[in-house]
Design a protein around this ligand. Structure first.
Ligand SMILES: *Cc1c(COP(=O)(O)O)cnc(C)c1O
Length: 472
């Protein structure tokens, strides 16, 4: 592995190892990407499948707090958090300590062969932290997609019904079943079918683009969803409604007021299992431990992943005991699901979230960033909408012409979003896009990001937009 050694370590002074001790500064030592990253990119082409995408071609050497240091010694401000994963940081002390301690004892036994305490403890934490005071059970998995699939299995086993309702702009993962639940064709679905049957798509309450206007959006969209289920699918055929309380990949769409409560009420009356996919919104991201709390709703099942374990692969399904216990013994599980290292990391991440009041930090990030993003909307005509909650905020970028016929909002402009992201990357800001049309810039800073980096990142975003405006 000598070839790897020569490129995978940051040069002297780059601040490795990672963690909160990493110098919290933006610093550009080379162009982005630098020579070592470019070297690795060449190796990658011949070793890694093309279908695995990448946002920016810099190779990580260390990360923590609010920065990501690459193998060329560039220190970038991180507005991505590994897609809403490292809410507590990339190398949080409690995560690292728990993980190394657990690794010294054992890395694996398989919970289905000989169980261990960490798994049970994570399930206890999920019962304590998720909305609702009812009796709960959990099962643990390796990825968000796998957990969503299992939520569907559990709902079908409980109800004995086949149909699943999913929403426009939804994202639930990349396995076959979850790509079927996902709305966007490219790159998630095209060429990968046929997909699982009995999945029905209904409209998300998308205030910015709702024909009846943002005010009426929640109520009108709920009415349409309920009517479609009742008249076209038959409520008695529906096992589960699966929804992100704020849509992630779909473009950080915050549903219109009243939408989610109307749906939970309908599902409860119709015996439909209401599944909240909080894989992206969970663990403090939106300024509540879970986004459902803001809506005052209590899902029957809640799916978690991403931010649960401080960067380790772990996911869960948590919900009402009678639903969760419906599948037969042996029907749920997996070789690695609830791996001891991932569970130890999760306990460290949850302790960190609570001890450092990171849920409040997400609210603080909103208080600082949202007014600045609104100012950008007022200044630049191609910023059509600003939305989100907590540390999950977005700008929807649009063309400056009139709305396309039948649309209330200007047409999406993917090109300008791509240009903004590329320009941000060149300046040392990790910035992700999202959206069904790829025209949304999304901000997902780690909740532990120091204030000065948050402000500097927002300054950079402003510079980028003003640059783009000049050439637009
Ligand atoms: C990322 C994501 C998933 C899929 O999680 P993976 O761990 O990538 O399989 C599912 N649902 C939502 C809302 C997500 O954001």
């Amino acid at each position: 592995m000598s070839g790897t050694d020569s490129v995978s370590r940051p040069p002297d002074g780059a601040g490795a190892p990672g963690g909160p001790g990493l110098a919290q500064v933006r610093r550009l030592a080379t162009p982005i990407p630098g020579p070592r990253s470019t070297e690795l990119a060449k190796r990658r082409v011949n070793a890694v499948a093309r279908g695995v995408g990448q946002t920016l071609p810099v190779y990580a050497a260390a990360a923590g707090g609010g920065v990501l240091v690459d193998v060329d010694g560039n220190s970038l401000i991180d507005f991505g958090a590994g897609i809403a994963v490292v809410n507590v940081g990339n190398s949080a002390d409690a995560v690292v300590d728990n993980l190394t301690e657990q690794a010294r004892h054992f890395t694996h036994t398989c919970f289905m062969v000989t169980p261990y305490e960490g798994y049970v403890a994570v399930c206890e934490e999920l019962a304590r932290l998720t909305p609702g005071s009812h009796d709960k059970r959990s099962a643990l998995f390796n990825s968000g997609a796998e957990a969503v699939e299992n939520a569907v299995k559990i709902a079908r086993a409980y109800t004995g019904r086949p149909a699943i309702v999913a929403f426009t702009h939804a994202f639930h993962g990349r396995t076959n079943l979850t790509s079927a639940l996902t709305a966007k064709a490219r790159p998630y679905k095209e060429g990968f079918g046929p997909f699982a049957p009995e999945i029905y798509r209904v409209p998300m309450a998308y205030p910015y683009r709702w024909p009846g206007g943002a005010e009426a959006c929640g109520e009108q969209a709920a009415g349409q969803v309920i009517d479609t289920i009742t008249a076209e699918i038959g409520a008695e055929n529906v096992a589960a409604m699966v929804i992100e309380p704020i849509q992630g990949e779909g473009g950080f769409i915050v549903p219109g007021a009243g939408f989610l409560p109307a749906l939970t009420e309908f599902c409860a009356a119709a015996g439909i299992v209401f599944v909240a996919d909080e894989v992206q919104t969970g663990f403090g991201r939106t300024g509540d431990m879970f986004a459902c709390e803001h809506e005052g709703i209590v899902p029957d099942l809640i799916v978690t992943g991403k931010g649960i374990a401080g960067g380790l692969p772990l996911a869960g399904v948590t919900g009402r005991a009678q639903i969760m216990d419906a599948p037969q013994v042996g029907g749920l599980g997996g070789t690695f699901g609830g791996n001891p290292l991932a569970c130890a990391a999760a306990l460290g991440a949850i302790a960190t979230l609570e001890r450092e009041n990171l849920v409040d930090r997400a609210r603080l990030i909103e208080r600082v960033a949202l007014p600045r993003l609104r100012a950008l909307r007022d200044r630049y005509p191609f910023v059509g909408d600003v939305r989100g909650r907590g540390a999950m905020l977005a700008l929807e970028l649009v063309g400056t012409g009139p709305p396309t016929p039948g649309q209330v909002a200007p047409p999406p402009d993917r090109g300008v979003a791509v240009a903004c992201a590329a320009e941000a990357h060149r300046r040392g800001l990790v910035l992700l896009t999202a959206g069904t049309w790829g025209n949304v810039l999304r901000l997902l800073p780690p909740l532990v990001m120091p204030q000065h980096l948050l402000s500097e990142g927002l300054d950079l975003l402003d510079e980028v937009l003003s640059d783009i405006a000049r050439h637009h």
